[in-house]
Every structure is written in structure tokens, then in C-alpha cells.
Design a protein around this ligand. Structure first.
Ligand SMILES: Nc1nc2c(ncn2[C@@H]2O[C@H](COP(=O)(O)OP(=O)(O)OP(=O)(O)O)[C@@H](O)[C@H]2O)c(=O)[nH]1
Length: 413
């Protein structure tokens, strides 16, 4: 699951789709041509769906992206019908191919606010102004001889696109910028911007290929839809701090449990003391680190953040006895991990790993060790998953009372 949430996948998957669309495939085009009317309507349907979903799911930027894509698709269907023959058509295409990617990239600078708000109304006004400007500019240009433009620096690429090379390069450059932002910051709305820019660029590059607007806008909308659903799922079920599935995910998981399974409750020892000594922020980093350590050493178990400094591991198809080696090794790995706290008192706030921007001589290092207590129970002696969790909790209590840094199973205690 973490691979599908990685920036690499979020960038790689849309690129793969974009390449597939770009590669000419006669048979596919012939097949799709028979569904022309359906294909014409598909981007409108999908993008409107994304636009509406962005409101309750609080994904304002994705809403803005879908609004721009809707308008972009409308322009391709009504203002840019092929063949693009005269100067006005060409300049319309150049304006479309420049303004759409620029407006999409601009969303990076805007606040993440819902469309149905004063902000959304102001944004719609801003877009309307651009349409007005384009309308007036096109009217003026129609009265002038602008043929010289095509001979000089904005020469269109004759066979593949009505856009000049410089506009195509601009579109891909903006896509690259958004890919880098997505790679280094990884926010969900950045993925929406990247998807829209990528498919707009492919469209600008290959506008003369059959069904390109329909395919590019439909695919962009489909990936946006997946993104919006996935980020809502993430918000609901994934713990933001540790990036592990949270308590709600566990609750849903246990409603589907049956047969043989083992549940372990894992609690970091003396974490209150740790927080009091090193501060809450360092405590957060430690929680994240312990989560990573446990993810690497959980065997085939499924790990959840139960809440606070407590985690849960679920093993399906195994009894407690069979799982004990995993839990013992997990406990040992955490206890043996040499946790280095670097200048924790003056550490700046961070988003991911430990960030230090200090001269080496200013860095103070302190080694601390963290231990965990683990309580284990299985479905062999309990009636329901809730009972198994309660039994694991009791076992954890026993582990704490018998000195901590222990794995306890009440059946064998
Ligand atoms: N930094 C940080 N602290 C948290 C978080 N959630 C819970 N805590 C802290 O975890 C501590 C839990 O303390 P206790 O329940 O008393 O347990 P403990 O100190 O670990 O002691 P034992 O469990 O008995 O070993 C409290 O200080 C909470 O504030 C979190 O997300 N971040």
C-alpha cells in the first residue's frame, strides 16, 4: 500500500498512462471512434464529478484543477475544432496551450479553499477576466495581419501540433516543476496539479492525433477521481503522524475477522517521561521512528496505530505461540536501536526526518534507548475480536507491571 502512496508511484502511474495515450494505436482509435459520442461527453461527466466531490471532501485545489480542465475541454470542443487553418485559429490554440498550463501551475500558490466560498467566487471572476481578455485580444488580432508571427519564433510544428515548439517546451517545463514539487513535498493537491499539467502537455504536443482532447481529459479526470477518493480514504483511515493505518482502519479490519488470528498490543514504555524530558516534538519523531522500526520487523503482521503511543499488530492464520518469535524479535530490535537525539532543545519544526541546519560544532548528540511492552492474545481462547483485543490489553498491563520491555501472553504467563 505504501508503494501506491509513494511520490514515485504518484508520478510514474500518470506518466505511464500519458505515454500510452501518446503512442499512436490505429486499432484503438478505430475502436474508440465507434463510441465517439460517449467519449465526447465523458470528460464533462468525470470532471463535473471531481468538481462536486472536491466540495464535501475539502479538496479545494483539486476542485480548481477540475474546473480549469472542464473549461479547457470546453474550449477544445467549441473553439478549436480541426482543421486549424487560419491565423485566428492558430493564435487561439497558442493562447489555450499557454494559459491552461500556467493557470494550473498557479494553483500551487493559492490557498486550499473550497470552490463554494468567497474565494471560489473570486477565482471564477479571475478566470472570467482571462476569457474576456482572450476574446478582446482575438477580436483585435483578427483585424491585423499577424502572418509574420508564424514565420518567426512561434513556428508551429506542422504535422503533430498547431502549437509552436516554445509553447510545447513551456507546457512540459511547468509539468516538470509540478513533478518536482510533488516529489519533494508530496501533498495530495500537488498530485492533482501534476496530473492536469501532464495530460494538458500531452494534448498540446499531439493535438492533431485523433480523439486526443477526449482521451487526455477523460484520463486526467479518471486519475483525479482516483486521487480524490484515495486522499479521502487516507484522511479517514491513515494516521498522519506515523503514516500507519489508524484505529478506524483496525475497527473495520476486525469486523471481517474470523478463524485463527493473533492480536498484539504494543506500548512504548515511559513515553510520558520521554515527552516531559525531550519535548512533544521530539516525542512525535520518536513515535514515527518506532512506527518505521516496527513496520520493518512485523513479519507478515498488519500494523496499526491504535492511538497515542500504542500500536496493534494483527496476524491472520497464526496462533499466539506461533507469533511469539516475531514479537520477541520486534521488542529486541526496538530496544537495541541506538536512537540519536541531535540538539533536541533547539531543533526546528520539521515535516519528515530529522532536519538540522547548524554548524557541526553546535550539534550535541545524545543516545537514548526506547523500549516497548507487548501484550499478545489469540482467537483460540476468546469469542470475538473485541475480546481478543481486551485480552491483549490485559497481557500488556501484565508486561508493564512485570518491569516493561517484555512480551506477555496470559495463556503462557
Ligand atoms: N509526542 C507525542 N506524545 C503523545 C502522543 N500521543 C500520546 N502521547 C503521550 O504519550 C504519553 C503516554 O503516557 P502514559 O499513558 O502515562 O504512559 P507512559 O508514560 O508511556 O508509561 P507506561 O505506559 O506505563 O510505560 C502521554 O504523555 C501523552 O501525552 C503523540 O501523538 N505525540
Amino acid at each position: 500500500m505504501s508503494f501506491f502512496r509513494s511520490s514515485l508511484f504518484k508520478i510514474g502511474f500518470p506518466i505511464l498512462l500519458a505515454i500510452l495515450v501518446y503512442l499512436p494505436n490505429e486499432q484503438l482509435f478505430t475502436l474508440l471512434a465507434t463510441y465517439q459520442e460517449l467519449l465526447n461527453a465523458l470528460p464533462y461527466v468525470l470532471l463535473t464529478l471531481v468538481l462536486f466531490l472536491s466540495q464535501p471532501f475539502n479538496q479545494g485545489s483539486t476542485g480548481l484543477v477540475s474546473l480549469l480542465m472542464l473549461l479547457g475541454y470546453y474550449v477544445t470542443q467549441n473553439w478549436l475544432s480541426l482543421p486549424i487553418a487560419n491565423d485566428t485559429d492558430r493564435i487561439t490554440f497558442v493562447l489555450f496551450a499557454t494559459l491552461l498550463p500556467l493557470n494550473i501551475l498557479l494553483i500551487h500558490l493559492l490557498p486550499e479553499k473550497r470552490i463554494l466560498s468567497r474565494f471560489g467566487a473570486a477565482y471564477c471572476g479571475f478566470i472570467l477576466l482571462q476569457f474576456l481578455w482572450v476574446y478582446i485580444a482575438l477580436g483585435q488580432l483578427a483585424l491585423m495581419d499577424i502572418s509574420w508571427l508564424w514565420q518567426s519564433f512561434i513556428k508551429p510544428l506542422p504535422t503533430i501540433s498547431p502549437a509552436p515548439l516554445v509553447v510545447i517546451i513551456l507546457a512540459f517545463l511547468l509539468t516538470l516543476i509540478s513533478a518536482l514539487l510533488l516529489l519533494f513535498r508530496g501533498n495530495n493537491y500537488e498530485q492533482s496539479i501534476f496530473i492536469a499539467l501532464l495530460f494538458s502537455s500531452v494534448l498540446v504536443l499531439s493535438f492533431y492525433q485523433p480523439l486526443m482532447p477526449e482521451l487526455c481529459f477523460s484520463l486526467a479526470a479518471a486519475v483525479l477521481l482516483i486521487t480524490i477518493i484515495d486522499s479521502s480514504h487516507e484522511l479517514a483511515f491513515i494516521d498522519q503522524l506515523t503514516e500507519l493505518p489508524g484505529r478506524r482502519a483496525l475497527e473495520i479490519e476486525i469486523t471481517n475477522l474470523s478463524g485463527l488470528y493473533t492480536i498484539a498490543m504494543i506500548d512504548i514504555d515511559h513515553f510520558k517521561h520521554f515527552n516531559d524530558t525531550y519535548g512533544h516534538r521530539t516525542g512525535d519523531e520518536v513515535l514515527r521512528l518506532v512506527a518505521q522500526l516496527m513496520s520493518k520487523n512485523k513479519g507478515k503482521g498488519k500494523l496499526f496505530r491504535y492511538g497515542g503511543e500504542e500500536f496493534t499488530v494483527l496476524f491472520k492464520g497464526k496462533n499466539a505461540n506461533q507469533c511469539m518469535p516475531y514479537f520477541n524479535s520486534l521488542r529486541t530490535r526496538v530496544a537495541e536501536y541506538d536512537l540519536k537525539l541531535r540538539n533536541y532543545k533547539s531543533r526546528p519544526i520539521r515535516g519528515g526526518g530529522v532536519v538540522l541546519k547548524m554548524k557541526p560544532e553546535q550539534v550535541e548528540e545524545e543516545s537514548v534507548s526506547i523500549t516497548v511492552s507487548i501484550g499478545v492474545a489469540d482467537s483460540l481462547s476468546e469469542l470475538s475480536p473485541e475480546n481478543v483485543i481486551q485480552a491483549a490489553d490485559k497481557a500488556l498491563y501484565r508486561a508493564k507491571n512485570s518491569g516493561r520491555n517484555k512480551v506477555t501472553n496470559l495463556r503462557f504467563a
